[in-house]
Design a protein around this ligand. Sequence first.
Ligand code: GSH
Length: 256
Amino acid sequence: MIDLYYDLTPNGRKIHMALEELELPYEVHWVAVKQGEQFSDEFTRINPNSKIPAIVDRDGPDGQAVRIFESGAILHYLAEKTGRLMPKDVALRWETTCWVFWQVANQGPAAGNAAHFTTYAPDAGIDEPYARERFQAETRRCCAVLDTRLAQSGTEFLVGDELTIADIACFPWTRVLKAYGIDLAEYPALQAWSTGISTRPSAKARVAEQPEGSGMPTDLTSRQYEQLFGVALAERSRSSTALASWPAHRLRPPTH
Ligand SMILES: N[C@@H](CCC(=O)N[C@@H](CS)C(=O)NCC(=O)O)C(=O)O
């Protein structure tokens, strides 16, 4: 039995989707990030970084329970445990691993920051055009990288001719990008892949009984905003005004 520590966000969805694909028995433990439940002592023992998703496999190596955190590590663990969602061919296995690492180091942070500056900060009355455009541009660049890869792969999948953990890593963030100002229609191969993956039962599966106060952290109180993003709202609004009046040369990107 796998304990899945979860909230309804793209990173959480990766692991839910993998468990559904693998038909492994699992029990969901909601960790409402909006309410700050990720900072509880109980959850921090499972993920010292206080972010969902995380799992505990009660039947881990040598029959001992094991905790795994970071979505890429969890996807690899589940693939290794079951011998599925990973190609058999060694070169293709490494190609799959590259794309999983790529997703957690590139697409995930870029899209997460685009989400922050197009949704959460404006919700709190903060307008940061430089940051918004910077992270939207980086998210678009990631879309172009995926689009090129998919146009070249010659199959419906990122690697090989079957679904792998690379597809599962990249899909949940791709499908929410419209909300953050990114139009998938500009990336035809990516859009076709996303539409194909979205028809799978695992992509449609939902965890029943979502508790109130869980899900994407919108409509945050100022206390919740500070707890989640580590920035006091009044302080941030002041620096935002200061940023607008900075001389342009101070806003140039660093050259190193
Ligand atoms: N690199 C991590 C990112 C996980 C992450 O950012 N999770 C978000 C939800 S999508 C979270 O728990 N946020 C709560 C917080 O930042 O306090 C992974 O891939 O698992």
